[in-house]
Unconditional design. Structure first.
Length: 590
């Protein structure tokens, strides 16, 4: 529990500091509201004592009583206005802070290594970034208004009780201390249970996302019963863990606090009546003690509820801090300290490169090769030979386990990631589109790219008929599922993205493997234009794809088994590449 409070305090300081002005206004409203709340019972006490004194002395005190009643109504109304203002400012602070947390958490996760993202489903990430922060968002608003506010109210009530009579103040101080000890024990017991509940919720969201994304395949292959069984198991797990957390955290805590509140009421009436009979306090003071006891129960009850919510929020805090604590193995270099990549086509060099994914052994082994600027390399090999992994190193999605990769004679680990990825363009078989406009899909939300430049590239790639059929031109919306686009059109959009960036190195990962012959001709024309005055790495399963390459590399089990000039390898009947061309057995590469 102590660790969660420390983590929560760190988050508060980090994200409330930029909102110091709003927080100061909130504090002012809270203190003003608490002051008015403590003042109102004092007015009622004076009202009661004045009425009793007037009756005993036979005096008419209607004017004074009316004045006190009017003052009480004014204080009560003003208190409501102040509390309304405090609630508004609280919600404003709440959403500003938690939205900043969401933004920072998303940016942090996007900077993490691909190994992290490969281990996470989109559903889990949504739950961790939005669900956990939303849980914390609710606690942010309640903490500021009720925890801090009620803590101040609690201190104020105890101070006024001491002012009324030191014996009353001491009794209720001991009572409050016992309450806090009991509540603290309940929170420590229940906090791990709420963490388990948050994990079960994350697992359920991950399951739903994966299965919904594969609805077509699941239905076509008769997997619906399996999905429903898995859903029932995930929902049951969430139900059981939620029930356990609620039973211990809420049930036990609620029963304990209600019993203690009953003890507090007995203490207020018994002690107040005893002191009044002894003449130590007036009947108005007895009312005041009873009223302050009720007010004391309110902050204690609210603090109890907030501590129960802290049990749930502490799990989210821990998971958020766990994400923030993760560090990418691929370290970015600040632009001011990084080596700049040269302009134009980029030469490529692998110096003794080994690489392996976690717990999978080495995928690439002792790769040593060079590609001059402006040359094209065709990469062949069976599935699993390491072709795509090698291209991921060029994008610096991973760093080599050993050795170094250079672009333009600059070591990749000395480059700024943002600059590197602007200079390396990638086109794969799978084209990721966003639920956004055509303009945003082609520019990756870069407003600096001119619309005329976008249209020029679209027409040059043979997409004019598709573009002219759009209802709103570049403002037309595309769906994330490529709805309304053929495979060829989606592939040409990917080429458009690369043309707009004008990279020095282009990586084509079997970019035309799933197209019809007519569309493939358009793609081939686009490739010819794209490779002009650029270095290229072309990953292929089909021999025809690498006919434009200057050099050929054949990978097998992560090692280079053949590398050389394409013309030289074609002329050598003993080369693997020549034998592949002669037999035409392209299936050996699959």
């Amino acid at each position: 529990m102590k660790g969660s409070l420390k983590q929560y305090r760190t988050l508060l300081i980090t994200y409330l500091n930029p909102l110091r002005g709003r927080v100061a206004l909130l504090a002012l409203l809270l203190l003003g509201g608490i002051g008015l709340q403590l003042w109102a019972p004092q007015i009622l006490r004076n009202f009661i004592d004045l009425a009793q004194t007037g009756l005993e002395q036979g005096q008419v005190v209607i004017e004074d009583l009316t004045r006190l009643a009017g003052l009480f109504l004014a204080v009560t109304l003003l208190g409501q206005v102040v509390r309304l203002g405090a609630s508004y400012v609280t919600q404003d602070v709440r959403w500003r802070t938690t939205n900043h947390i969401r933004g920072d958490l998303t940016a942090h996760c996007l900077a993490l290594d691909m190994s992290f993202h490969n281990a996470q489903t989109p559903g889990k990430m949504i739950e961790r970034i939005d669900g956990d922060v939303n849980e914390l968002s609710n606690f942010f608003s309640q903490f500021v208004v009720q925890v801090l506010g009620n803590a101040v109210l609690l201190v104020g009530v105890l101070a006024l009780l001491f002012r009324e009579d030191w014996r009353i103040g001491l009794c209720f101080l001991i009572f409050t201390g016992v309450m806090f000890v009991i509540l603290g024990r309940v929170v420590n017991v229940a906090a791990p249970l709420w963490k388990d509940r948050r994990q079960a919720s994350s697992e359920l969201f991950g399951f739903l996302e994966e299965r919904l994304a594969g609805t077509e395949d699941i239905r076509a292959n008769g997997g619906v019963p399996y999905v429903m069984r898995g859903l029932q198991q995930a929902v049951r797990e969430l139900f059981l863990k939620t029930r356990k957390a609620l039973f211990i955290g809420v049930g036990f805590g609620w029963g304990t606090t209600e019993a203690m509140f009953a003890v507090g009421t007995i203490l207020a009436l018994g002690l107040g009546g005893y002191l009044m009979l002894r003449g130590s306090i007036t009947i108005g003071a007895v009312y005041l003690v009873f009223h302050y006891n009720t007010m004391l129960q309110w902050p204690l009850n609210q603090l109890s509820r907030q501590l129960r919510e802290l049990q749930s929020a502490s799990a989210s805090i821990e998971r958020i801090q766990e994400l923030f604590g993760m560090r990418p193995q691929v370290r970015d270099v600040p632009r001011t300290q990084a080596d700049a990549l040269p302009a134009g086509p980029l030469a490529v060099q692998f110096d003794g490169v080994d690489f392996g994914y976690e717990d999978d052994g080495l995928v690439l082994k002792d790769l040593c090769w060079q590609l001059q600027s402006g040359e094209a390399l065709g990469v062949l090999g069976r599935t699993g030979s390491g072709k795509t992994t090698m291209t991921r190193l060029l994008c610096r999605l991973y760093d080599p386990t050993q050795g170094r990769v250079r672009l333009g004679d600059v070591p990749l680990d000395n480059t700024c990631l943002a600059d590197l990825r602007r200079r390396v363009g990638v086109v794969t078989q799978e084209v990721q589109l966003f639920q956004a406009s055509v303009r945003d899909n082609l520019t990756f939300f870069d407003d600096a790219i001119d619309d005329d430049a976008i249209r020029s590239v679209i027409y040059s790639l043979g997409l004019e008929r598709w573009y002219e059929g759009l209802p709103e031109g570049l403002d037309s919306k595309l769906s994330a599922s490529s709805g309304g686009l053929s495979a060829g059109e989606a592939q040409l959009l990917a080429f458009t993205r690369v043309f707009l960036r004008d990279p020095g190195l282009v990586i084509l990962d079997e970019a035309s493997s799933r197209l019809d012959p007519f569309t493939e001709q358009l793609i081939e024309r686009a490739i010819d234009r794209l490779l002009c005055d650029r270095t290229a790495v072309i990953v292929a399963h089909r021999l025809a794809t690498v006919q434009r390459a200057d050099k050929i590399m054949i990978l097998e089990d992560g090692r280079i088994v053949e590398f050389g000039e394409r013309a030289t390898l074609v002329a050598d009947p003993d080369s693997r590449f020549a034998r592949l061309l002669q037999t035409g057995m392209e299936e050996v590469l699959v």
